[in-house]
Design a protein around this ligand. Sequence first.
Ligand code: FMN
Length: 169
Amino acid sequence: MSFDRNEFTRAMARVPGPVTVVTTVDGSGRRWGFTASSFTSLSLSPPLVLVCMDRAASTHGAFLEAGHFLINVLAQDQADIARRFAESGVDRFGAGDTTPLELGMPGIRDAAARVACSTQSVLDGGDHSILIGRVEAAHVGGEDPLVYCDRAFRRAAGVGPATRMAPVG
Ligand SMILES: Cc1cc2nc3c(=O)[nH]c(=O)nc-3n(C[C@H](O)[C@H](O)[C@H](O)COP(=O)(O)O)c2cc1C
């Protein structure tokens, strides 16, 4: 059986993932951020998480240099924020939905959760870099999280077990 790139990406699109906005601030005080669904926990002792970042992204260099980052786990009514932080060539912070929160990094106040990290290491992940973060602070919000699956934003909570997830406009 030969590798089929298209089948691979379609298969991975079937894997439900979180929707996060990862932010940082560089040495000059400039804010950076991008939407990422590749966020996962890695270790409890020590507390580690990871997020994978496209080497070609305009934000890649800034995140490698910053030495810290904040994961905002978006709530189910925050799909618009996810779209904006994935868009190229726009002022992602222009709408004013972030404020300095954990470690002074741009935080989304009504996020489902936030995890603030110092960068422990950066590993090679093919065309992505794997940012491993040492967790410095965590916050649990009151909203249900947004989910990305089959290339659509969906609500995970409140639909009961083993039913279809509801798409979000
Ligand atoms: C739902 C969703 C999930 C994404 N997940 C990731 C991710 O895990 N890692 C990543 O590098 N880019 C991810 N992206 C793409 C980035 O948000 C962004 O579009 C990309 O870095 C290009 O940005 P640039 O214009 O700054 O180069 C995702 C986009 C969407 C809409």
